[in-house]
Design a protein around this ligand. Structure first.
Ligand code: UDX
Length: 433
C-alpha cells in the first residue's frame, strides 16, 4: 500500500521505516530539511537501537523515501500524522500547532477514499475536530485515530510487533484499511480494539497516566521507606508478586521523565479541567509532585553525604538521558539533578554514552565528559541517575581507585549496594532505609 508519514521525529521516522519494512511504499515528510537529508542518506537523526538497520534495508528496497514537500504525500492511500504535541510554554495544555498545521497542509493533497491516521498523542476531542475539517474540505478523505504505544529504546520492536492495536474509527470499513496496513505486524493473538475516536484518544493518555501513577506510587512508598528504615526495592518485589499489581514499572528512583509521561499527565489534567472534570484526575497533580520531589531528594542526599554542603565538591553525574538506550534528554531527571547540584555550588561533570550532544544543547552551562572515568576521576561523589548498563556494571574497586571520595548515590536502585559497600563506599539508594 502507498502511504505517507507526516513528521519524522522519534515516532514518525521509526514508523516510516517500519511500514516500508512491512512491504509498503512509504514517503516520510518533515519540515526540517536537515532531518530529511540525514534520513535520505540512511542516517538516523537520533539514537534508537535497530533503526539504522531497518532504515538502510528500507531505503535499499526502494520502498522508502523522505521529502520536505508535502505535495509528495498526494497519491498515497493512508497518511499517518506523527508530529509532536509538546507542552505549551505558558500552561500544561498540549500544543496542537504541529498537528493542526500538518493536517491543513495535507488537505489540498488528499484524494477520495484516503485515510488520514492520527498517531500523535492528543487531548480527547481533537480527532472529532480534525475529522470535521477533513469532511469540510470535500476531498472525500476520512480520519482514523490509531495511538502509538512505542517505548523509546524499543521503538522498532514495538512498531513491528505491537502488543495491541487500537483503532478509533467513524466507519468500520476504515478498520479494514488499518488491518491491511498492519497485516504483517499482527501476530495470531495480537489484540485489536476497534472503537470510537474519543476512546482511542483516551486509551493513550490513560495508559500513560496509569504508568506514571504506578511509578509515583512506588516513589511515594520510597518516601515512607526513608522515614521508617524499610527497603522499597524489597517491598516492590513482594507486592509485585501479586499478579494484580505486577512487578514491572515499580522501580523506585529519581522518577519518570522523557517526552511523553510528564507532558501527557499535565495535558490530561488541562483537558479534564476544560471538560469540567478536573477533579477526576486531580490525583495526577500529586503524581507529578511526587515525581519532581524525587529529583530534589537526590540533591538533598548529596548534601548529606558531603557533610552538609556540596560547595566545591566534584560530583560525577552518571547519565544525562531520561532512560538508557536513548539519546533523549527531554525532561530528563538526570539533567534536572545535575542542574540542582550545580545550583547548590557543586563542581558537576555529567557523562552519558549517547545523550551528550542533546544535553549540551539544552544545558550549555554544565560540564560534560565523554567517558565515565573522566567524570569520576577525583570526584568526591558519584550519582547514578540513568541506569545505562555501562554504569550498572562498573566495578566498585576500579571506581574507588580513581575517585577522591568513596560515596555513591544510586538514583535508580540499580547498583549492588553490598559490593559497593564492600569496596569502602558510602552507598545511598532511594527509599532504601
Ligand atoms: C512511555 C510509555 O511507556 C509508552 O508506552 C508511550 O508510548 C510513551 O511513553 P517512554 O517515554 O519511551 O515510553 O519511556 P518508559 O520506558 O515508559 O519510561 C518513562 C520514564 O519512567 C523513564 O524516565 C524511566 O526511567 C521511568 N521509570 C520507568 C521509572 O522511574 N520506574 C519504572 O519502574 C519504569
Amino acid at each position: 500500500m502507498k502511504m505517507s508519514v507526516i513528521g519524522c521525529g522519534y515516532l514518525g521516522a521509526v514508523h516510516a521505516a517500519a511500514m516500508a519494512e512491512l512491504g509498503h511504499e512509504v514517503v516520510g515528510v518533515d519540515v526540517d530539511a536537515g532531518k530529511i537529508a540525514a534520513l535520505s542518506a540512511g542516517r538516523a537523526p537520533f539514537f534508537e537501537p535497530g533503526l539504522p538497520e531497518i532504515l538502510a534495508s528500507a531505503l535499499a528496497s526502494g520502498r522508502l523515501r523522505f521529502t520536505t514537500d508535502i505535495a509528495e504525500a498526494g497519491g498515497a492511500r493512508v497518511h499517518f500524522i506523527a508530529v509532536g504535541t509538546p507542552q505549551t510554554k505558558d500552561s500544561y495544555a498540549a500544543d496542537l500547532t504541529y498537528v493542526d498545521a500538518s493536517v491543513a497542509a495535507l488537505l489540498p493533497h488528499l484524494g477520495d477514499g484516503d485515510l488520514v491516521v492520527g498517531k500523535s498523542t492528543v487531548p480527547v476531542g481533537t480527532a472529532a475536530r480534525l475529522a470535521d475539517a477533513i469532511t469540510a474540505s470535500g476531498s472525500g478523505a476520512r480520519l482514523a485515530w490509531n495511538p502509538e504505544f512505542l517505548r523509546e529504546g524499543f521503538a522498532v520492536k514495538d512498531t513491528l510487533e505491537p502488543d495491541r492495536l487500537v483503532y478509533g474509527v467513524a466507519d468500520p470499513a476504515d478498520a479494514e484499511v488499518l488491518d491491511e496496513v498492519y497485516q504483517r505486524a499482527l501476530g495470531a493473538g495480537t489484540p485489536r480494539i476497534v472503537t470510537d475516536f474519543a476512546t482511542a484518544e483516551l486509551v493513550k493518555v490513560s495508559a500513560n497516566a496509569f504508568l506514571a501513577t504506578k511509578i509515583s506510587f512506588i516513589n511515594a512508598m520510597a518516601e515512607i521507606a526513608e522515614a521508617t528504615g524499610a527497603d522499597v526495592t524489597r517491598l516492590a518485589d513482594a507486592i509485585g508478586h501479586d499478579a494484580r499489581i505486577g512487578r514491572r514499572f515499580l522501580n523506585a528512583g529519581v522518577g519518570f521523565g522523557g517526552g511523553c509521561l510528564p507532558k501527557d499527565i499535565r495535558a490530561f489534567t488541562a483537558r479534564a479541567e476544560e471538560l469540567g472534570r478536573g477533579e477526576s484526575v486531580a490525583f495526577l497533580k500529586e503524581v507529578d509532585a511526587i515525581n519532581l520531589r524525587r529529583r530534589q531528594r537526590v540533591a538533598d542526599l548529596a548534601v548529606d553525604l558531603l557533610d552538609g554542603s556540596v560547595v566545591g565538591s566534584k560530583v560525577a553525574v552518571l547519565g544525562a538521558t531520561f532512560k538508557p538506550h536513548s539519546d533523549d534528554v527531554r525532561d530528563s531527571p538526570a539533567l534536572d539533578v545535575a542542574v540542582r547540584l550545580k545550583g547548590l555550588g557543586a563542581d558537576v561533570v555529567v557523562t552519558d554514552p549517547e545523550g551528550l550532544d542533546n544535553a549540551r544543547a539544552r544545558h550549555p552551562q554544565l560540564l560534560y565528559a565523554a567517558i565515565a572515568d573522566e567524570a569520576l576521576r577525583h570526584a568526591d561523589l558519584a550519582v547514578l541517575v540513568t541506569e545505562w548498563p555501562q554504569y550498572t556494571s562498573l566495578e566498585p574497586a576500579d571506581v574507588g581507585a580513581i575517585m577522591r571520595g568513596r560515596r555513591v548515590i544510586d538514583g535508580r536502585n540499580a547498583l549492588d549496594a553490598a559490593s559497593w559497600r564492600a569496596a569502602g563506599f558510602t552507598y545511598a539508594g532511594l527509599g532504601r532505609g
